[in-house]
Design a protein around this ligand. Structure first.
Ligand SMILES: [Zn+2]
Length: 216
């Protein structure tokens, strides 16, 4: 039996969570999930908000780019979503949003540091991907090379937003949330250090006590 409706329902629920947590307002950003058949995805179309996704407006798209009949325009982000599924078998879901703390940090041209133990454990590094050479939005040409490294699960797009990938929608969503939370923490840390004339502070080397002990 097809898993299309189950995957659509999961996407609708994660999109609502993204909206309710303030990671994505209006109709920007996008999220998608791979179907069990492996050769197609469910994705939000252009012009539909995260809070307005329904079984009827979500699109089903084959990895070769063929879109099942739909009354909606495909997302501007469709190509980079498709390419990430093509280059990484372990990616079954992508949450891309324009969350403000992370996007602000990235727009300053600063890679968000993994300054909490949780970020070290769950992410390791969040590469900053600059705008396209023409100054436009990042496409698969800028994004896919970064994700060819199988250790990369999160990245931040300068002047644009964030990308979290995972084996499930919830895992990708958790990453989108951790990226935003970390940017917020980094901003507070930077401002606090400035206010207190500190120019250095400790950074964790390990994400878990077990890893730290193992290195001793
Ligand atoms: Zn976007």
């Amino acid at each position: 039996m097809s898993d299309i409706n189950a995957k659509k329902d999961a996407l609708i629920s994660i999109a609502k969570r993204c909206f309710e947590t303030g990671l994505q307002t209006n109709a920007g950003g996008n999220l998608s999930v791979r179907l069990d058949s492996r050769d197609a995805i469910v994705i939000k179309p252009s012009g539909v908000g995260f809070n307005e996704c329904t079984r009827d407006n979500l699109q089903v798209v084959k990895l070769d780019g063929t879109i099942e009949p739909s009354a909606h325009k495909p997302s501007k982000d469709l190509d980079f979503h498709l390419d990430l599924y093509r280059i990484r078998e372990d990616i079954n879901a992508i949450v891309h949003c324009h969350s403000p703390w992370a996007t602000g940090y990235a727009s300053a041209g600063i890679e968000i540091p993994c300054l909490t133990v949780q970020t070290i454990e769950k992410i390791g590094r969040m590469p900053l991907i600059p705008l396209s050479p023409l100054g436009g939005p990042q496409t698969e040409q800028e994004i896919s090379p970064v994700f060819k490294d199988p250790k990369v699960v999160a990245a931040v797009l300068a002047n644009h937003g964030t990308i979290g990938v995972g084996a499930t929608l919830m895992k990708a969503q958790y990453l989108a949330e951790i990226i935003e939370e970390t940017a917020h923490i980094a901003f507070v840390r930077d401002v606090a250090m400035l206010a207190h004339s500190k120019n250095s502070a400790a950074m964790p080397s390990f994400g878990t006590a077990k890893d730290a002990r193992a290195s001793a």
